[in-house]
Design a protein around this ligand. Structure first.
Ligand code: C5P
Length: 230
């Protein structure tokens, strides 16, 4: 499966990036709408992005009791979205209820699990009662997510290899922390280039600043796509 590009929309509203976003129609297929935008302008911004012609990855990282998460999946299923995230730490039941709601209300929607946030190190995990090392915990939660019926995970580039080794090959792995060779690191530390991530098993790479901060975002997006072999 070729690796695909997801463009991050880290802004309060699609209107804040409208001119550049419109120029990217036809080059970029997927756009990620995150918590910042969704909490600011809600379902309307999802429709706005979809109306421009993009597929939407809605990154809400749901985490609550099974019934509430299932009802939330049912609610967002009315929106034009192709992928939605939830926290695997919510447990097997929560994920299974979410999958059931997705299958009933949005058969085309792919649910993705977030395992350990990459902002959490061994010490942070320990503080919340997790004795396992971060990588072991990521693989443990990844396995649980797949058992519960999720068809993909969000992970850091460094977790691609252990997850690929542990999981069936049809599980999608979606990876931020991507930097083309010529781009700066910004606040990212452990990064891979688009080509490295694709070779390590990423199904989708999530890229923001290297495209938005480039002199010409369309040229930057095309360069990343050509590195992915698209
Ligand atoms: O601008 P940049 O390419 O760093 O954007 C990466 C996106 O992925 C941002 O939306 C960021 O919140 C998200 N992300 C990340 N690292 C993680 C998890 C999510 O950069 N470990």
């Amino acid at each position: 499966m070729p690796c695909e590009l997801i463009l991050v929309l880290d802004a309060p509203s699609p209107r804040d990036v409208a001119p550049a976003l419109k120029r990217l129609v036809g080059t970029v297929t997927w756009v990620k709408v995150g918590l910042e935008m969704f909490t600011a302008c809600g379902p309307d911004c999802v429709r706005e992005v979809a109306d421009l012609g993009f597929k939407v990855f809605l990154d809400l990282k749901l985490h609550d009791i099974p019934n509430t998460v299932a009802k939330s999946v049912e609610s967002v299923a009315k929106l034009p979205i192709g992928m939605l995230t939830l926290h695997t730490g919510g447990g097997r039941e929560m994920m299974a209820w979410a999958v059931k709601a997705q299958q009933q209300h949005a058969p085309q929607l792919r649910l993705l699990g977030v395992t350990v946030l990459t902002s959490m190190g061994a010490k942070d995990l320990n503080e919340v009662g997790v004795a396992a090392a971060p990588e072991a915990q990521v693989v443990r939660l990844g396995r649980l997510a797949v058992e519960a019926g999720l068809r993909g995970l969000v992970c850091s580039p460094l977790e691609l290899a252990p997850l690929r080794a542990a999981l069936p090959s049809d599980v999608a792995l979606v990876t931020p922390g991507i930097r083309p060779r010529e781009a700066g690191l910004d606040d990212q530390t452990r990064v891979m280039t688009p080509g490295e991530a694709a070779r390590a098993g990423a199904s989708f790479i999530v890229v923001g600043r290297p495209i938005w901060k480039a002199p010409d975002p369309v040229i930057a997006a095309r360069a990343i796509l050509s590195e992915l072999g698209a």
